[in-house]
Design a protein around this ligand. Structure first.
Ligand SMILES: Cc1cc2nc3c(=O)[nH]c(=O)nc-3n(C[C@H](O)[C@H](O)[C@H](O)COP(=O)(O)OP(=O)(O)OC[C@H]3O[C@@H](n4cnc5c(N)ncnc54)[C@H](O)[C@@H]3O)c2cc1C
Length: 361
């Protein structure tokens, strides 16, 4: 099996072996055997955040296809959902919107599986899975044990968690806590608020939020759709860079920048002092817009290198798309070109968002 058949960017050579256990016990058994044999391995859900090299993957691909959603009432009118890793993320969101459970509606339309969602703490339109995640069951590749890990111990951050690079294993199940009501959580993204015709911070009916998010995402080619060539991608190819406020102040005035929510350590206040944290504790790091940096480094939507079948999406500068038959090399060449232009213009190194297997950027 070629990885190009298992990934949304449709690049990647063959895997030595692909196992597709559909039940949790079979998945555990398969993974444990592969690990005991010391074989290289790769977990694959929907393949929507993966770029695999043309040489493929000389190891075992463990496809996660386990299904099941269970709901249990929790405290204060909330509902706890325990979801098997192979469920479709967007299928889950649709299910919660239908059932009147509020908390993940703005994450509508994100491709891929439930198990991969906490790996990079998926986020969009002002929501992240970390807002609702309670815990995961992780089959730990080192210990071989199934560990129930609370969300607070997963180091969930902007498009990252401890599972992205450090703690390897397979997420078997995810537990979320949602509010039982038909109204969304406060809308935290201006473009979404505008589309809904509500104030930022106001709420709206769950199904309206879902529809508005899907409409916005479709307009950017960010919903998987066989009829939309701009959706043949791995989503955003680069993360928004996080830099010091001092560095950001050197950038052109027009460059968008967003303050980061201060980390707990930043706002610790010595006992006996004024409870308000010092203002500078809030603003020493800022997030830049990777899309703005790319566009303003002179790379237009639809850009491609001469003779290449990889292109910048015609509707969203952050996505690199396979226009048909592109190789992983072509995609990576384009990604390096984008990185180089942005570095030369602004001194910022863009980091890739997807996991790159068998190659380095
Ligand atoms: C059109 C498009 C739009 C997108 N929009 C967004 C967006 O708005 N926000 C966002 O955050 N992301 C977005 N993405 C990225 C992607 O959809 C998410 O990262 C998603 O969670 C990946 O899920 P997957 O099952 O496809 O993961 P895969 O691509 O299969 O795997 C991704 C990583 O997770 C690991 N992994 C997969 N399953 C498991 C498991 N069960 N246990 C442990 N590790 C696992 C893999 O080994 C790999 O490292 C988009 C992608 C596309 C193609």
């Amino acid at each position: 099996v070629r990885l190009s058949e298992l990934t949304t960017l449709r690049v990647g050579g063959p895997a030595r072996r692909v196992l597709s256990p559909a039940h949790s016990q079979d998945l555990v058994r398969a993974a444990t055997e592969v690990w005991a044999a010391g074989e290289p391995w790769l977990a694959v859900g929907g393949g929507s955040n993966l770029v695999v090299a043309d040489d493929g993957f000389d190891g075992t691909v463990l496809r996660v296809l386990t299904r099941g959603i269970e709901g249990v009432p929790a405290r204060d009118g909330r509902v706890r959902l325990r979801v098997q890793a192979g469920e479709s993320w967007d299928g889950l969101v649709a299910h919660t919107v239908r059932d009147g459970l509020s908390g993940i509606e703005a994450l509508s339309g994100i491709p891929g599986s439930v198990g991969a969602a906490p790996v990079q703490n998926i986020g969009a339109y002002g929501q992240e899975i970390s807002d609702s995640l309670v815990a995961v069951d992780l089959l730990d590749a080192e210990s071989g044990l199934i560990e129930h890990i609370e969300a607070a111990d997963l180091a969930l951050g902007y498009r990252t968690s401890v599972m992205k690079y450090e703690r390897r294993g397979i997420v078997l199940a995810v537990e979320l806590e949602l509010e039982a009501r038909r109204e969304s959580v406060p809308v935290a993204y201006s473009q979404l608020a505008n589309t809904l015709g509500v104030e930022l911070g106001a709420t709206a009916p769950l199904n309206m939020v879902r529809d508005a998010v899907l409409t916005l995402r479709r307009s950017k080619g960010m919903v998987l759709d066989p009829t939309d060539p701009d959706s043949v991608s791995a989503g955003s190819f680069f993360t928004n860079p996080i830099v010091s406020a001092a560095f950001a102040s050197e950038l052109p005035e027009r460059a968008p920048r967003f303050p980061l929510v201060p980390e707990a350590a930043d706002v610790a206040v010595p006992l006996g002092s004024d409870p308000a944290p010092p203002a500078e504790a809030h603003d020493h790091r800022v997030k830049l817009s990777a899309a703005w940096l790319i566009e303003n480094a002179g790379i237009a939507r639809g850009f491609r290198l001469p003779g290449s079948r990889a292109a910048v999406s015609s509707r969203h500068t952050l996505a690199l798309v396979n226009t048909g038959g592109a190789s992983a090399d072509e995609v990576l060449q384009l990604a390096r070109y984008v990185q180089t232009r942005v570095m030369a213009e602004f001194g910022v190194l863009l980091a890739p968002e997807p996991l790159i297997v068998g190659a380095v950027l």
